[in-house]
Design a protein around this ligand. Structure first.
Ligand code: S3P
Length: 430
């Protein structure tokens, strides 16, 4: 994809359904009794991988024009796959499904693409093993491919060293099959879609927040069944982020991004935009299916650098690539700290963000857990090496709009992972 400088982005845009929620609708629907009807589902490669895995586990899933129907078979209704389960590029599919598979009476194997098969899985292998699961890294490198065989699960009280919704969700799902309560305590609260949605499906699950600190503990008890639901997936704030940033940094712009999930465990970007001096307004706020939703209006603003650190990091971890682009356009320096998790995403994002910003002429320094970005210098068109990371492709597509000259985004097809129609959505704003 080649892009060049632009001004005056105007209009309304709706973005596809939330990726995290779309995955969970399929998974929870598959192990619930009865039908789950899903609207505004994200038909991106990651969520399609989740559908494919559950079909291989014997679940009938119908893809209609404007909905997905999952014919759940109950908590114990999955059947043994005849082949390896392909998880593609999707960390969420891998880590969450591993929790479900750990509780089954059959063997399964999971494998993904090169990026997925190099991401850390020890973070789920260790606690699942503590629960009595039999799960191993086939190449003994603590990564996928993973092999899971029948185990008898018991509840544990796990203190996770990382605030990771994938780890937490994996263990809570395994907890559905355990012989007692399972608790997961994280250093600060990560996205809580699993807790909210499992409750809607009928699970006995609750979260306790530490009064004196950011720690939170989610606890689930085994239950006899979950029950199918009708769900409308909110627009993905991680996808909306590109239009929010474009509206703020592209001169003479005004963009309304409609129907976006603003769950507080996901909405750190909104605070960052405000703190950077962005003109951003939430409109039409409401709650649907336990999730908060709003329309978001943004107008071109002169941004200034800030420090982003601490408990806000898990609430904006996927938005750091686009926040870094905003920082490059802001006056002064932006410092990002406590974000070492960036190293374990679809690419090592500390490296991919800083290398590509530098290629565009920005002064930027990677650190062990984040980066320093000196904003306000003009960006120049460059060749962007995405390393097949969808969020790098989209973030630097926005940077291209404010850079002089042409920018070439290599392997831009990787946007299919979370937002196949990203470039089409843009055309509506021209
Ligand atoms: C996700 C959790 C986050 C996030 C990922 C989706 C989820 O990962 O980065 O894109 O749906 O649970 P971690 O749990 O590894 O932080």
């Amino acid at each position: 994809m080649e892009l060049t400088t632009i001004t005056g982005l105007k209009g309304e845009v709706t973005v596809p359904g939330d990726k995290s929620i779309s995955h969970r609708c399929i998974m929870f629907g598959a192990i619930a009794k009865g039908m789950t009807e899903i609207h505004h589902f994200l038909r991106g490669a990651d969520c399609l991988a989740t559908i494919d895995c559950f079909r291989r586990l014997g679940i009938q899933i119908e893809e209609k024009q404007d909905s997905i129907l999952v014919y759940g078979n109950g908590l114990h209704g999955l059947s043994a796959p005849t082949d390896i389960l392909h998880v593609g590029n999707s960390g969420t599919t891998t880590r969450l499904i591993a929790g479900i598979l750990a509780g089954q009476k059959f063997d399964s194997k999971l494998s993904g693409d090169d990026s997925l098969n190099s991401r850390p899985m020890k973070r789920i292998i260790e606690p699942l093993t503590q629960m009595g699961a039999h799960i191993s890294s086939i190449l003994r490198n603590d990564c996928a491919p993973l092999y899971i065989t029948k185990g008898n699960l018991h509840g544990i009280d796990y203190h996770s060293p990382v605030a990771s919704a994938q780890v937490k969700s994996c263990l809570l799902l395994a907890g559905l099959y355990a012989d007692g309560e399972t608790s997961v305590t994280e250093p600060s609260l990560s996205r809580n879609h699993t807790e909210l949605m499992l409750k809607e499906f009928g699970a006995n699950i609750h979260t306790v927040h530490r009064l004196t600190g950011p720690e939170a503990t989610a606890t689930i008890s085994p239950c006899s069944e979950l029950y199918g639901q009708k769900i409308t997936v909110p627009g993905d704030i991680s996808s909306a982020a590109y239009f929010i940033a474009a509206g703020l940094i592209v001169p003479d712009s005004e963009i309304l991004v409609k129907n976006i999930g603003i769950n507080s465990t996901r909405a750190g970007l909104l605070k960052v935009c405000e703190d950077m001096g962005g003109d951003i307004t939430l409109m039409n706020e409401r709650t649907e299916g336990g999730e908060k939703i709003a329309d978001i209006l943004v107008r071109t603003s002169q941004l200034h650098g800030i420090t982003i650190e601490g408990d806000i990091i898990p609430t904006l971890i996927d938005e750091i690539p686009i926040i870094a682009v905003m920082a490059a356009c802001a006056d002064g320096t932006t410092i990002i700290r406590n974000a070492e998790e960036l190293k374990f995403k679809e690419s090592d994002r500390i490296e991919t963000i800083t290398d590509n910003l530098r290629a565009m002429g920005c002064t930027v320094f990677p650190t062990e857990d984040g980066m320093f970005i000196k904003g306000g210098e003009p960006l120049h068109g460059a060749t962007i090496h995405t390393l097949l990371d969808h969020r790098i492709a989209m973030a630097f597509s926005i940077a291209a709009l404010v850079a002089d000259g042409n920018t070439k985004i290599l392997d831009s097809h990787c946007i299919d992972v979370s937002y196949p129609t990203f470039y089409d959505s843009f055309e509506q704003l021209l």
